[in-house]
Design a protein around this ligand. Structure first.
Ligand code: NDP
Ligand code: 8X3
Length: 252
């Protein structure tokens, strides 16, 4: 039975991955900052899949010391990790660069880039012990192109794109698979976080369009993880049918 560690499991894509991979029989290591959300998810999954082992812990991926401590102090039965899903991430604000808030920039860079690096560095020694090791990095269409006012968020996801390629090279000798999943528009709490709780503005992002769901991404990740040992999907861009680029969207 493979064990998966999912960062940012308290919402959206991360929570959907936990649900789908529970169905597939994975043991789940789930972390995020919001403990109540993780507990709610654990109860939900255990009700549906009573035989699945779940361990949750609070983690802010921006804190390197806490990341090291959390991974080093996992209970012994959880110290074998086969799959890492680097999902924790956020966007803050959507302003022209010259009008941007530098605290927003710090939050995005610290979470999306440095957090992903800290967690990967802490978990790679455990992955090296697995015969089926796989890292899935959640990038974005924002890592493939730059759209108006996307500046720093796009820069962080371009960094994820580069780090995904770098990991694929550096971890090749250890047989660790590395995959980037780059979604277009997915309806989660992402826009609410980007617009700092402005629910109306967040809702408008998905007006007249059927966006992807967290489940769509989770099922895609399950497909990627279930390829035969000799097959790795390096990079995957997945969009709603109504979206061609970050900003070219057909709305009804
Ligand atoms: P959500 O806001 O629904 O989920 C984000 C998750 O990240 C939450 O579980 C949150 O948990 C966690 N998180 C944020 N900051 C931290 C932190 N410092 N430490 C630990 N966990 C953190 O959005 P999505 O599910 O959409 O986002 C998941 C990933 O998908 C992100 O990397 C995002 O950039 C990417 N993405 C999203 C797209 C979309 O359109 N929704 C499209 C392309 C990529 P908590 O607050 O409890 O810590
Ligand atoms: C999230 C998708 O287009 O809002 O990464 O940047 S987008």
């Amino acid at each position: 039975m493979r064990t998966v560690l999912i960062t940012g499991a308290s919402s959206g894509i991360g929570a959907a991955c936990a649900q789908v991979l529970a169905r597939e029989g994975y043991r789940l290591l789930l972390c995020a900052r919001r403990a109540d959300r993780l507990e709610g998810l654990r109860t939900e999954i255990q009700t549906q899949y009573p035989n699945i082992d779940i361990h949750t812990f609070i983690l802010d991926v921006r804190d390197n010391e806490k990341v090291k401590e959390a991974i080093n102090s996992l209970p012994p039965e959880w110290q074998k990790i086969d799959v890492l899903i680097n999902n924790a991430g956020l966007s803050q604000g959507l302003d022209a660069l010259q009008d941007g808030d530098t605290d927003d920039w710090d939050r995005m860079i610290d979470t999306n880039v440095k957090g992903l690096l800290y967690v990967s560095k802490a978990v790679i020694p455990l992955l090296k012990e697995s015969q089926q090791a796989h890292i899935v990095n959640i990038g974005s269409i924002a890592g493939k192109e730059v759209y108006p006012n996307g500046n720093v968020y796009c820069a962080t996801k371009h960094a994820v794109d580069a780090l995904n390629k770098a990991m694929r090279i550096d971890l090749l000798p250890f047989g660790i698979k590395v995959t980037a999943i780059n979604p277009g528009m997915v309806e989660t709490e992402f826009s609410e976080v980007r617009f700092k709780g402005d629910k109306e503005r967040a809702k408008n992002v998905y007006n007249g369009v059927e966006p992807l769901s967290g489940l769509d991404i989770a099922e895609t990740i399950n497909f990627v993880l279930s390829r035969p040992a000799h097959v790795n999907i390096n990079d995957l861009l997945i969009m709603p049918t109504a979206q061609a680029t970050g900003t070219v969207i057909v709305r009804k």
